[in-house]
Write a protein that binds this ligand. Structure first.
Ligand SMILES: [Zn+2]
Length: 274
């Protein structure tokens, strides 16, 4: 039988955990669960990103690299208070068959060159990057890992025990699995709720940065077109809710996003890429 002292200690750490384990998502204000060590996730994100840079060829296309940097810098500025410790890095991976992008803790952002099949201008690139960065500021990875931790350890008390003993070993490999960046890059497997939340937050971020939020709808429409031409759905699409559902949500939020853009001090200058 468990001693009463042990039980009191568990109850105390449980209370501490519940206090520490609550996170308010930026923009939406939703309360989410976070049981994982923030610093550990950032450390592993940086390691996983380094691994990606070894695993996939880097693009040498100066125009694309400069465009990603330009757009990334502007989005990074408006998310500063949501990610104050970020050491931003934007990388174009030369993987033409992958229409995909991702962002990680610590400010690491990668896009696969296949994305250029659907991206025509800075605004559209901004919508993709802002969506991916929204997953990070909303701590969706933390939430996902926390949910897995609860399942794997039999609930909160198990989670406390794991955290307390330091046995909660997060590896860069485990993190890449959550991101779906292993086994041929299959894309993130977030649930529908998280995807729609990232769409909404991303829309507000791109508007704050002065980009035209209406371009986000065109990206989703083009994804639909691409998926119709391919036997295998693009990764950015396959794990997301259906595009009509996402487009409807974006349209609903559009008046607000346009007002946010109107207020933004940054002047948008879309640049066409060849
Ligand atoms: Zn997503």
């Amino acid at each position: 039988m468990r001693s009463s002292a042990g039980f009191a200690a568990s109850a105390l750490s449980l209370a501490t955990l519940l206090l520490a384990g609550c996170y308010e998502v930026p923009v939406t204000g939703r309360r989410s669960m976070n049981l994982v060590d923030e610093k550990e996730v950032t450390k592993m994100s940086i390691a996983a990103f380094d691994e990606m840079k070894h695993r996939y060829p880097l693009s040498r296309d100066k125009e694309r690299i400069a465009q990603l940097q330009r757009v990334g810098d502007r989005i990074a500025k408006v998310v500063f208070w949501d990610m104050p410790d970020a050491d931003w890095e934007f990388v174009v991976f030369e993987v033409p068959h992958q229409i995909n992008a991702f962002a990680m803790g610590g400010g690491k952002v990668g896009i696969f060159s296949g994305l250029y099949k659907i991206i025509e201008n800075d605004d559209q690139l901004a919508s993709v990057i802002a969506h991916e960065i929204a997953h990070v500021t909303a701590k969706h990875i933390h939430e996902q890992l926390s949910q897995e931790m609860m399942v794997n350890t039999g609930g909160l008390v198990g989670g406390v025990a794991l955290m307390g003993s330091g046995a909660n070993v997060l590896t860069s490999q485990a993190l890449m699995n959550v991101y779906g960046l292993t086994a041929g890059v299959s894309g993130l497997a977030f649930d529908r709720k998280k995807e729609k939340e990232a769409d909404y937050i991303g829309l507000m971020y791109m508007a704050r940065a002065g980009y035209n939020p209406e371009e986000s709808v065109k990206v989703l429409e083009k994804l639909d077109g691409e998926s119709a031409n391919q036997p295998v759905q693009p990764a950015f699409l396959s794990t997301h809710p259906s595009n009509p559902e996402r487009i409807l949500q974006l349209m609903d939020a559009m008046p607000k996003a346009l007002a946010v853009r109107e207020k933004s001090a940054i002047e948008a200058k879309p640049t066409l890429i060849k």
